[in-house]
Design a protein around this ligand. Structure first.
Ligand SMILES: C/C=C/C(=O)SCCNC(=O)CCNC(=O)[C@H](O)C(C)(C)COP(=O)(O)OP(=O)(O)OC[C@H]1O[C@@H](n2cnc3c(N)ncnc32)[C@H](O)[C@@H]1OP(=O)(O)O
Length: 257
């Protein structure tokens, strides 16, 4: 099972479990998380959601082989499991806690902006190398990171795509606490348990109110990003970037105007 899913004491825990591929997320993994989140919406046994990886890796982002396979097929983004997962995550009415240790690449960082309580280990590394892959930001990261971190810092992270550590993520407001890697999971579970014990209706309304102002702009940003992202996935620049990754070499973008 590449996504471990369990419900215990009111907490739905979703755990990336593909360490041999650095927890890179395949279409099947997105689908299984989308299904679990959708089911959780109406399951009274679930009062909080916890998203975790392994102590050495959160996720290497979208599986790049999947990107190469699915790109030319095209089709509506709404039919793709990544879209179903991200819509289920961003539209979840129950509180979501994320705990990041190791690398959180691409969608691994983007998805955090749709969670509620976000904690990181001192070994966490965040990056959004969309431009480096010949792509563009996705799932409202172009909007939300700008709101969270301010334009100059967001531009640096989204244009240069360089990795940054937990301390910088804390300063920019992407996460709310840094913990020793060995303490991260227990701390996040404890925070989720606190949410479970609180009145679910108050949590639900608080979340709704807090997210109300960004709801419409988030949808607009996602739709605009999708148009570009879908086209860019099959661009020569992206193909060169994906091939270069698997051939363990630097991409050569100078061949493209
Ligand atoms: C809509 C969504 C958008 C996005 O998410 S865009 C972002 C896509 N993701 C990436 O570009 C990240 C690619 N991966 C990496 O940069 C690196 O990995 C890490 C920094 C995460 C870790 O580096 P290291 O510790 O040196 O591990 P390793 O040797 O690169 O990876 C171990 C094995 O895992 C495979 N792998 C890693 N990431 C992915 C991936 N994203 N998709 C498919 N496979 C991946 C490798 O190829 C390799 O495999 P082998 O052992 O056979 O050489």
């Amino acid at each position: 099972m590449e996504i471990l899913s369990s419900i215990q004491n009111g907490i739905l825990t979703l755990e990336f479990n593909r360490p041999e591929r650095k927890n890179a997320i395949t279409a099947a993994m997105y689908q299984s998380m989308a299904d679990a989140l959708t089911a959780a919406e109406t399951d009274t046994a679930v009062r909080a959601i916890l998203l975790v990886g392994k102590p050495e890796i959160f996720t290497a982002g979208n599986d790049l082989e999947d990107f190469m396979k699915t790109a030319p097929a095209g089709g509506a983004i709404e039919d793709r499991s990544v879209y179903k997962f991200m819509m289920a995550l961003s539209g979840a009415t129950k509180p979501i806690v994320a705990a990041v240790a190791g690398n959180a690449v691409g969608i691994g960082t983007t998805l955090l902006m749709h969670c509620d309580l976000v904690y990181a280990a001192d070994n966490a590394k965040f990056s959004m190398p969309f431009v480096q892959l010949g792509l563009c930001p996705e799932f409202a990261s172009s909007l939300l990171l700008t709101q969270i971190a301010g334009y100059p810092r967001a531009a640096e992270k989204l244009m240069l795509g360089e990795a940054f550590g937990a301390q910088e993520a804390l300063e920019m407001g992407l996460i709310s606490k840094v913990l020793p890697v060995d303490a991260l999971r227990a701390f996040a579970e404890g925070q989720a348990a606190k949410l479970v014990a609180l009145p679910a209706s108050s949590i639900r309304v608080t979340k709704e109110l807090m997210k109300a102002a960004r709801k419409a702009p988030t949808s607009v940003a996602i739709a605009a990003e999708n148009i570009h992202f879908g086209k860019m996935l099959s661009s020569p620049e992206a193909k060169e970037a994906f091939m270069a990754f698997f051939q363990k070499r630097k991409p050569d973008f100078t061949q493209f105007a």
